[in-house]
Design a protein around this ligand. Structure first.
Ligand SMILES: NC(=O)c1ccc[n+]([C@@H]2O[C@H](COP(=O)([O-])OP(=O)(O)OC[C@H]3O[C@@H](n4cnc5c(N)ncnc54)[C@H](OP(=O)(O)O)[C@@H]3O)[C@@H](O)[C@H]2O)c1
Length: 309
């Protein structure tokens, strides 16, 4: 049997075990009424709400107190709507520190699932950077520590495995974006014990569907999706264009929800992390974490609609 078929069979088996619909008609994937949609981390079964948030650029506002104050309601809205996963990186300037500062003023951040990255060369530099990130974001330990863009991954993986054994981090991940280093990432995921992978995937860039997403499913690796809006390009592409009427079938009221529901309805995707600096955009984005998700047939219809407008 071809490797592709083997992967496909394992993928279907995994979907069944993970309790996610693979998308056979006529089903729409539904969550309990009123509850945010969530999916399990394959390694443990712990569930994460499917809509998280990124912090690149949007939370890199430095010491500007007005800019920080303007971000507080954005972060508050995230938690009010059941958000948990926040993704940052030492690469994002002051973002970790800004999140850490604002978290102290949020009254319901108890579900926080804190994720950041290690982005440097060398064991000692990596350890120092991760400790600094803990101080900046104000967390005793990160739920998820990811190796940013594969940088010095063998060295950091060794440290992180040790940290995980010692309970200093809960999950280990590795990231890429914009289709970079997919082949190398595939080789790594095939042979190393990662809990999470983070990659770019959206309605205009479906490259990850070819083999990274099936591989993640096969290996039981949770998937965080970055750039769900292609850094905002998707909105520019549909400016002034109508949503299809049938988007109402899966409680989709905006283009943002259309794009996010497309991403998180892929069975291998665990959570996506859109970034915004605006309250009304955060409220819009969090809306995608409720109601039904499109099945495989509807996903293809969404893709065709996007391509046609
Ligand atoms: N290699 C890596 O590890 C890697 C690489 C890239 C990204 N990431 C992570 O993934 C996160 C997301 O990716 P990204 O920030 O590059 O891009 P993105 O989330 O695809 O797009 C962000 C852009 O979309 C706009 N936006 C957000 N919500 C909107 C809405 N409802 N309506 C209209 N516009 C909206 C934002 O502008 P406004 O502020 O005006 O809302 C912003 O310009 C990052 O923040 C980062 O945490 C990781």
């Amino acid at each position: 049997m071809k490797l592709r078929n083997l992967k496909r069979r394992a993928f279907i088996k995994w979907c069944a075990a993970a309790g996610v619909a693979l998308g056979a008609a006529p089903g729409l994937l539904r969550a309990g009424r009123g509850a945010p949609l969530s999916k399990p981390i394959p390694a443990t079964g712990e569930r994460l709400p499917v809509i998280g948030m990124g912090t690149s650029r949007t939370f890199d506002v430095g010491d500007d107190s007005d800019a920080r104050a303007a971000l507080l309601p954005v972060l508050q809205a995230f938690f009010d709507k059941g958000g948990a996963v926040i993704d940052s990186s030492p690469m994002y300037g002051s973002a970790e520190a800004v999140v850490g500062d604002l978290l102290q003023r949020i009254h319901n951040a108890g579900d926080l699932f804190a994720a950041t990255k290690v982005w440097t060369y060398g064991r000692q530099a990596g350890v120092e950077q991760m400790l600094r990130s803990q101080r900046r974001m104000g967390v005793k330990r990160f739920d998820l520590m990811q190796i940013h863009n594969l940088r010095d991954w063998q060295v950091h993986l060794e440290t992180l495995q040790e940290w995980k054994r010692q309970g200093r981090v809960r999950y280990i991940g590795i990231t890429t974006s914009h289709g970079r280093a997919h082949q190398e990432l595939e080789n790594i995921l095939d042979s190393e014990p990662f809990d999470f992978v983070q990659l770019s995937y959206n309605i205009a860039d479906r490259e990850a569907e070819r083999s990274l997403l099936p591989l993640a499913a096969e290996r039981g690796i949770a998937v965080l999706v970055n750039r769900p809006f292609q850094r905002g390009d998707l909105f520019r592409a549909v400016k002034g264009k109508p949503l299809p009427e049938w988007a109402a079938q899966f409680d989709c009221a905006s283009w943002a929800q259309f794009f996010l529901k497309f991403v998180v309805s892929h069975p291998a995707v665990t959570c996506t992390i859109p970034a915004t600096s605006k309250l009304h955009h955060m409220q819009d984005n969090m809306g995608a974490g409720f109601g039904p998700l499109p099945d495989a047939a509807l996903r293809e219809r969404m893709s065709a609609w996007y391509a046609s407008v």
